[in-house]
Design a protein around this ligand. Sequence first.
Ligand code: SAH
Length: 228
Amino acid sequence: MGRKPDEAGLAEPDKFAPARTLMVKKDLRGRGITDKSVLEVMGKVPRHLFVSGRMRARAYGDHPLPIGEGQTISQPYVVALMTELVNIKSAEKALEIGTGSGYQAAVLAGLTDQVYTVEIREGLALKAGERLEGLGYDGIKLKHADGYFGWEEHAPFDVIMVTAAANHIPPPLLKQLREGGRLIIPLGSTTYYQTLTLVTKVKGEFEVEQITGVRFVPLVGEAQESGP
Ligand code: SAH
């Protein structure tokens, strides 16, 4: 696994630690996130280092953050909720679709050694790769591609997190989900709101659970070409 952020030798002392602690207490624990490992890792990952300089002061607020090219990192509660719902264990393999800033991938990397992440926008993929490496997350495998097709050569995955909205679940992702695996995706209209949807593969069948309303940027590429 890559070094943990608290070992990453950040140049400046972490003046954001109190804001991060408050975020965990108020916006995560205070709103029903109970998984200790999720709370612990989100109390460590330096969210402010995943956004540009002028956004840093707002990094621990209860809202999404712009990361360039019209994209956003989800608000902390949504990151925590999705991470808690997929319930990843340390020996399991996770695939994220929509690397964006790399923040969600870093959170996953605090929970397992095996994190794969795919980003369709080349500029964001490059930046996230450099950022993650700079922070010591060198165990995360990142690729610039259309995540609609998953990452076949590393399948099957125990956990698949799609962090962009689609009006259907990409069939290749369902195929790449291991028996007992969990997939989470914001499903619905890509221009308005979606329903955070959890899919569990049980005996080759998919059990579907609708969690709550969310708003994500759209999954682009093949997801917009094909549809129900
Ligand atoms: N999880 C990210 C934020 C996701 S924002 C974080 O923690 O920062 C949604 C991301 O999905 C954007 O970066 C967008 O470029 C990417 N995306 C959209 N369509 C995609 C696709 N088909 N394959 C891979 N990434 C995609």
